[in-house]
Design a protein around this ligand. Structure first.
Ligand code: KG4
Ligand code: ZN
Length: 357
């Protein structure tokens, strides 16, 4: 029996230094042999957000140790690895460069194929690390930098159905958390904070809810939060505002997902389609519950990555690497890091003032 391919994946696009090793499996779901993630929360905490130069410095300091840990934990010897995959974009250029160059150096010194990976495709394929998933499927990608509905038609084949025209959803969570004085990392902490509040206390706007198809907008919501934080007086009202924000987001995603289902069905005709929700914000329990509800109502099968695979990790990068390896889609060692790397290259840029929906 021939040995199944083993891929080493590297992720350094933002504030996680991560290396993972996965192996293909006859079950159709690869085995995660190791998945090491070193988060930089403590470094960026005092600044209330990620500081690119500090993030890059930390990646440089840790990448070799994290790689060694991933290799040791996997029990795989270097000569058994089939290819090296590393995130090439999108992300912070100074951070991307660290992992990408480390990956190229490993590939060239071991004489292995090198595979550059789109970080967003990593999120898109992350559920494949624990369940079988066939193309095409509808994807809602909600992370710190992106909020998009996409039809995932195959490896490297994406059609964008909708996108945020201003802030990403993770950004909206992080900014709202900051306004409420909630400690970094804002998103997960806000979710817990909101549990103590009354979600019906404040009526918040749902920007472009009845127009623009399944495009999204969150900037107006942030402005409303800013206005209310100036007049609220006590801690309970802060809990209430966080709860009202969480409820409003759930309602926006419920309504826009219904539109996305219709758009997806216009281009894909199978009876029961899968709806994958991925990216850091997909860890949010309230959002999961609401999106499971809307999926059931419209005969879509909801699929979420395991909680530990929602945020940035290298197993998802190795997952894309594995699919590319099987198709012999390798990259040259001069592949550049790309801060902007859309999944659907044909989609219009829909950001900023004056956007026509
Ligand atoms: O996918 P990710 O780890 O990194 C990017 O590629 O951006 O997503 C990070 C984002 C951050 O904005 C973080 O606050 C948000 O995901 N996030 C959450 C939750 N966990 C992470 N937002 C809301 N609720 C959560 N439980
Ligand atoms: Zn991410």
């Amino acid at each position: 029996m021939t040995e199944k391919p083993i891929i080493l994946g590297i992720e350094t696009s933002c504030d996680e230094t991560a290396v993972a090793i996965i192996q293909d499996d006859e079950s159709g779901v690869p085995k995660i042999l190791s998945n090491i993630i070193s988060s930089q929360f403590d470094i960026h905490k005092e600044f209330g957000g990620v500081v690119p130069e500090l993030a890059a410095r930390s990646h440089v300091e840790k990448i070799d140790l994290i790689a060694k840990k991933a290799i040791d934990e996997s029990g795989v010897s270097l000569d058994k690895i089939s290819a090296i995959a590393a995130t090439a974009g999108p992300g912070l250029i100074v951070c991307l460069t660290v992992g990408l160059n480390f990956g190229k150096a490993m590939a060239s010194s071991l004489g292995l194929p090198f595979i550059g990976v789109n970080h967003l495709e990593g999120h898109a394929l992350s559920p494949k690390l624990h369940s079988k998933l066939n193309y095409p499927y509808l994807l809602l990608l909600i992370s710190g930098g992106h909020s998009q509905y996409l039809s995932v038609n195959g490896l490297g084949k994406h059609k964008r159905l909708g996108t945020t025209i201003d802030d990403a959803l993770g950004e909206a969570y992080d900014k709202t958390a900051k306004l409420l004085g909630i400690e970094f990392p804002g998103g997960p902490n806000l979710e817990k904070f909101a549990l103590k509040g009354d979600p019906d206390k404040f009526e918040l706007p749902k920007p472009i809810i009845n127009k623009g198809g399944c495009n999204l907008s969150f900037a107006g919501l942030k402005t409303a939060i800013l206005r209310i934080t100036k007049i609220i007086k006590n801690k309970q009202e802060k809990f209430d505002l966080a709860a009202s924000f969480q409820k409003t987001i759930e309602e926006i995603l419920y309504l826009k997902t219904k539109v996305a289902f219709d758009e997806f069905k216009k281009i894909n005709s199978q009876d029961k389609s899968s709806f994958v929700v991925a990216g850091g914000v997909a860890a949010n329990k309230g959002i999961r519950k609401k999106l499971i509800q809307v999926s059931k109502e419209h005969s879509f099968q909801p699929i979420f990555p395991d909680l530990k695979l929602c945020g940035d990790n290298a197993a998802m990068i190795a997952m894309v690497g594995l699919e590319k390896y099987k198709k012999k889609k390798f990259d040259k060692l001069d592949l550049p890091a790309s801060p902007r790397l859309p999944l659907d290259k044909n989609a219009k840029f829909l950001k900023g003032a004056g956007v026509k929906l």
